[in-house]
Structure formats: structure tokens, C-alpha cells
Design a protein around this ligand. Structure first.
Ligand SMILES: [Zn+2]
Ligand SMILES: [Zn+2]
Length: 289
């Protein structure tokens, strides 16, 4: 083999490997991380790994967030003027005021169903749009779109709703999802659990199933939270809605309910495609989410 061909093959293999999982991920050597110490790799808002979600990461006041979603949550709707974002092409951090954002392309988003990728050059942004769809906009507009992930009264003092106490899955504050690295306690509505010799917590049924498949674990030690009541349910006895317009912290989900009727009502109200039992969940379904 010619040396040049060899190098090209090498590059192809490296990039195929690096991007096998997620578009956001880059080789660690290509990532600029501005935090230090034990927090270097972690989004301070959600706990996710910054190299895994590097392309959507943003910096602000010596912190580095995994996404414009987490930047929005940390700044509570006050547009940060010092923020920087990763240029999707060069992988350098650039001033958000000079960035061209492509919002709503078919590329997966980070922490949001609406993806948001930034480019230093308008030409690069337009090329990305012609390949993947989406709309080009400035940072302020992209930040406004990120706000749509949050309830309208976000940032105002919320009053705790009165709920009947139920048996919930109690999550330790520092517990991280073994699949995506997110702090699970932040998303009580989505909590799932594996009770083995060691207990693991997940930020959604999707990551729980990925864990179960990877380790070939049987269903009897898995628990999920009823979407309406947060009651702890045996995973094998719950009903799951797929294809709805409600998204969890990691995007499309299998949404669990204790009763088939609740699942059907939810599916009707939220454009759910199907209600399935635990036994009908397949690896192919989980992969397609
Ligand atoms: Zn984050
Ligand atoms: Zn997860």
C-alpha cells in the first residue's frame, strides 16, 4: 500500500471509531477543556462528560457546559455576553456573538430534542444546513430556542405542588447514570433503577435498557417511575409509551405507567405511537430512540 493511501485509511478508521457513537464526541486530544481538577470533564449543570458532548459545549465564567440547554439553565434566561461555543468544524472555542448557529437539524441535540450546532463561518453553517436541514441563526435566537425546553415560569420562584406521598425511587444526590453520566436526581420524573449487589440509577428507561442489554441482566431487578405519580414500579409489570412528543433528558424515551389505561390516555394526549409491555421492548426499539 502507498504511504498516502495508508494515511487516508488510517484517518478514516480513526474518525469512524471516534464518531461511531455520537456526532458530538471528539477525540480527547481535539477538545479544549477550560475547567481544571476533578471537574475538568464534567458539565456543572447536568454532570455529563464534556468530551462526549464536546461539539455542543459552551463556556461561561470559567465553567464549561455540555450544551446551550445547560448554559440556559445555569444563566436562568439572562443572556451571557462572555460565552464561547465550539465551532463544529474547527473544534475551537469561538465567541458566541460571532457564531452562526444551525438549530433544528436532523443531527441529535444534547439535552434537548432541538439540536443546536455552531459554526465560525456562515459558509460552513449553510453547508451543514444543506446536508442536515435546520435553520441558521445568531446566538440570541438559538438561546431563545433553548428556552423552549423549559416551562414558561422558569427562573421564577416555583411553589411545590401538593402531591400524595407515594413510594418513589429515592436517588442519592451524586448518583450518575452509568450510561450517559448524567446526575439522575435532577430528573425525578424519569428515574429508573437496577437493584443488584450495587444499585444503579438511570435518567430514563432507554438508558436502563441499554444497561440491561449490555450486561444481559434479567428484568426482575429493574424498577421504573410511573410518569404521572412517580410511584416505583416493577419494570416488567409497567406499560410503556413510545413515539410521543414528550422527551426525557436524553431525548426520545420509553415512558412508563403503572396502568395500561394511563398509558393509553397519555399516548392519545401526546401523539404516542404505541403502548407496549416490558416483554415487547426490543434492542432494536431502544436503538431507534
Ligand atoms: Zn449539561
Ligand atoms: Zn443516562
Amino acid at each position: 500500500m502507498q504511504r498516502r493511501e495508508f494515511i487516508i485509511l488510517g484517518l478514516l478508521l480513526t474518525s469512524a471509531y471516534a464518531y461511531a457513537e455520537m456526532f458530538q464526541t471528539v477525540p480527547e486530544a481535539n477538545a479544549t477543556l477550560i475547567q481544571s481538577g476533578k471537574d475538568k470533564y464534567t458539565c456543572p449543570n447536568c454532570g455529563m462528560h464534556l468530551v462526549k458532548f464536546y461539539k455542543t459545549s459552551h463556556t461561561h465564567e470559567n465553567h464549561q457546559y455540555c450544551s446551550i440547554h445547560c448554559l440556559y439553565e445555569a444563566t436562568q434566561g439572562v443572556i451571557p455576553t462572555d460565552a464561547k461555543v465550539v465551532d463544529t468544524i474547527t473544534l475551537e472555542l469561538i465567541d458566541v456573538k460571532k457564531a452562526f448557529y444551525v438549530v433544528g437539524s436532523k443531527m441529535r441535540g444534547t439535552m434537548s430534542r432541538t439540536s443546536s450546532y455552531a459554526f465560525g463561518s456562515e459558509k460552513d453553517a449553510l453547508t451543514f444546513v444543506s446536508d442536515n436541514g435546520g435553520k441558521v441563526m445568531n446566538f440570541e435566537a438559538a438561546y431563545a430556542v433553548a428556552s423552549e425546553d423549559f416551562p414558561k415560569d422558569f427562573g421564577k420562584k416555583a411553589t411545590a405542588p401538593t402531591v400524595v406521598p407515594v413510594t418513589k425511587i429515592e436517588v442519592p444526590k451524586d448518583a450518575k447514570c452509568p450510561i450517559c453520566g448524567m446526575f439522575v436526581a435532577k430528573y425525578p420524573q424519569w428515574v429508573a433503577q437496577f437493584e443488584g449487589e450495587k444499585t444503579f440509577y438511570f435518567d430514563g428507561v432507554k438508558d436502563m435498557m441499554k444497561y440491561a442489554y449490555a450486561r444481559k441482566l434479567s428484568s426482575d431487578k429493574f424498577y421504573v417511575s410511573d410518569y404521572y405519580t412517580l410511584s416505583k414500579l416493577e419494570a416488567s409489570k409497567a406499560f410503556y409509551v413510545i413515539g410521543s412528543n414528550v422527551y426525557g433528558p436524553m431525548g426520545a424515551e420509553l415512558i412508563p405507567f403503572g396502568s395500561q389505561e394511563d398509558a393509553q390516555n397519555f399516548a392519545r394526549d401526546h401523539n404516542g405511537q404505541k403502548v407496549i409491555s416490558f416483554d415487547e421492548i426490543t434492542e432494536a426499539i431502544v436503538k431507534s430512540l
